[in-house]
Design a protein around this ligand. Sequence first.
Ligand code: PRE
Length: 319
Amino acid sequence: MTDAAPPRPDETYSYLGPAGTFTEAALKQVPEAAGKHWRSVNNVGEAFADVTSGRSIAAMIAIENSVDGGVSATQDALATVPGLRIAGEYLVPVNFVLVARPGTALDEVHVVNAHPVAYAQSRRWLEANLPDHGHIPATSNVQAAASLFESSNADAAVAPPGIVDHLDVEVLAEQIGDNPNAVTRFVLVTRKRAIPPRTGADKTSLIVELPDDEPGSLLAMLEQFSTRGVNLSLLESRPIGDELGRYRFVVDLDGHVEDERVADALLGLRRSSPNVIFLGSYPRADRREVEYHSKYDDEIFIEARDWLRGILSGEPEGD
Ligand SMILES: O=C(O)C(=O)C[C@]1(C(=O)O)C=C[C@@H](O)C=C1
């Protein structure tokens, strides 16, 4: 008898597991990942390491949620790990249930296991219904529930509603998330350099640092976008970490790097910022067409460049 061949790295996708997490639900939205090997990892760092070491072709990673904001571990890794690209974004509606080992009553719950991001999204319900509970952090929503059957001191766990298909748990409360319409945004991170072709409904992600101690440098950065009619859908600051008061900005903008107005804004940023990291241009999850004023159409930029080229080559003006 021979052992089965190990999964090929170019057919392996990493995700925060085990099976049943919201991250797995996001990966199910990727047609190319269907039928491939899905490697369950324990944290965001392990997912990134899989991609950088070539163990996986891509990793699905949570980057932002509508209740608790940006996932800082993801934003910081994208800013500091070289050579990464975002190949696509995926939205997953998230809501949570409180589960326990069968036979547990709600008033017997004193310690709750939860992924920190899920905990932050269920805080209001937990504080109202279990005011003196303690919290043990878990590596994922599914692992929070799985720990109830391992050597955990927790009495209950915050988990996705689908957990009942994976584990023999009892649901003590449903819809415990602070916002019933909460959504988590995931990104598929790869090492591949090829940028997905533009679709007209695209997003571009960047990390931008500002020059030190230059008054108005944040405004100057924003002007690079506003003077080209480029709309931002996300702007968050994260500490660079080397000393107090130094920040980098995580930027998502509407458009593709092949759009003239976006490319022109990137050139302006590159000239004025000490460090710009291009994380990728990719189709928007909602496929909503990007709207902008016609004065920022590609042709307007191309005409202006041709005009300048004409001047430089000595062509008479007006031709
Ligand atoms: O994928 C999961 O189920 C997770 O446990 C991770 C995660 C996250 O990192 O944001 C995913 C979605 C929810 O917002 C809460 C937790």
